[in-house]
Design a protein around this ligand. Sequence first.
Ligand SMILES: *[C@@H]1O[C@H](CO)[C@@H](O)[C@H](O)[C@H]1NC(C)=O
Ligand SMILES: *[C@@H]1O[C@H](CO)[C@@H](O)[C@H](O)[C@H]1NC(C)=O
Ligand SMILES: *[C@@H]1O[C@H](CO)[C@@H](O)[C@H](O)[C@H]1NC(C)=O
Ligand SMILES: *[C@@H]1O[C@H](CO)[C@@H](O)[C@H](O)[C@H]1NC(C)=O
Length: 384
Amino acid sequence: MKHSSSMILGFSLGFAGLSLGKTSNQAPFVNLMTPTLPTYASQTEEQAARGSLVGRFPGFKELLQPSIDPGLASYQPVTQPLQGNYTLASSDVLAVLSQQWIDAFMLMYPNVTMQIPAPHAGSLGALELTKGTLDGVFVSRELKPSDIDGFSAKFGYPPTSIPICGGSYRQFGFLDAMAFVVNKENPVEHLTFDQLDSIFSTTRARGGPSITTWGQLGVGGELGKSPINIYGIKPWNGFEEFIRQRVLSYNGRSGIAVNNTAKDPHVTWDATVFNMSRYVANDPAGIAYTGLAYIDRPVKVLGTTNPTTGNLVTPTYENIAMASWPLARIIYFNLNSPPHKGMDPVLRELVKFVLSKEGQQILLDQGVFLPFREFQQKSSLNLL
Ligand SMILES: *[C@@H]1O[C@H](CO)[C@@H](O)[C@H](O)[C@H]1NC(C)=O
Ligand SMILES: *[C@@H]1O[C@H](CO)[C@@H](O)[C@H](O)[C@H]1NC(C)=O
Ligand SMILES: *[C@@H]1O[C@H](CO)[C@@H](O)[C@H](O)[C@H]1NC(C)=O
Ligand SMILES: *[C@@H]1O[C@H](CO)[C@@H](O)[C@H](O)[C@H]1NC(C)=O
């Protein structure tokens, strides 16, 4: 499959009349017509308080929606009687969805009671799981290393985190996919995880050399002589954690990103991704990572090589929905599953249901998060 190696969000309004696939680089994707997104602001305290109480709702939904992978297995209810009373928690962005999942589950198993009381916050839920006051928590991101350490210190084994569905494509606040971005004049079209590690890491777990100039990436002219200006996020932050885990950590070695603790003039460190696309739109030598929901300036979104398939891919909606973009986010169900006892049978069935064709249809009906593909369902079922 031939993929275009980059796309420029925000420069495509002029192409809006063209049919798909007619752009000069033959990228067969609607995303080339997408203008930049509006500049979002952080939630106000009132919005956050409301989200914690009743859940958070997206401002808009993607017009186009993916379809369910026909290969997804259906849920087969078990015949053994299941019973019990379970208290769960969820992130604010998952409150509505996780309630729908447990409602459908309880219809199949009338002797099972489940509740997801407010406050809805993944970080609180992770702490409650450690306290032992909760049976499970739906979290819209990877657990924090501090959550895992706290849990392991108490129980002697880590929490079990099962991937249950995809994040969104570019929904603000709803686990949008990530990408690396450069200035639109930059000739670089794609970078591998090895190259990104060489640029962004101090530990370089992938074993490459340090890369500090654009010339080292094959760029000629003035830019080639220029140092790379790095824009990154200060720990801890969900975006930062994800890039650290996916790109800068390798083979069990946890990566540490370059940072400006040494006041390096080529490193800018922000608390959030809000400013990232503005920085590289204004800096010809800049590179940053950000969530697709935060691309509010015309920047070049770099492609990368999927480390599993070896294919060059770009972060188009289609590639993200097909789970071929390696920087798309994942939602997890986390629970306490003692290795000597095994997983609670009711919670195992709940996770199997969520992962099933029927469970993924519930999230597709909501129109925000992306259903798993067959290979993702299989790999999660293997964890049960
Ligand atoms: C529910 O529990 C009752 C009482 O223990 C039992 O008689 C019934 O068969 C159970 N129903 C299911 C569907 O497991
Ligand atoms: C389940 O547990 C919750 C929290 O402890 C409690 O409020 C509720 O009454 C229980 N429900 C049933 C059916 O036992
Ligand atoms: C900053 O980078 C240095 C290495 O240059 C590393 O030792 C340190 O842990 C990093 N700090 C953070 C907070 O990542
Ligand atoms: C984004 O940039 C503005 C203006 O430079 C600055 O005031 C703000 O603190 C930045 N935001 C973050 C999260 O760093």
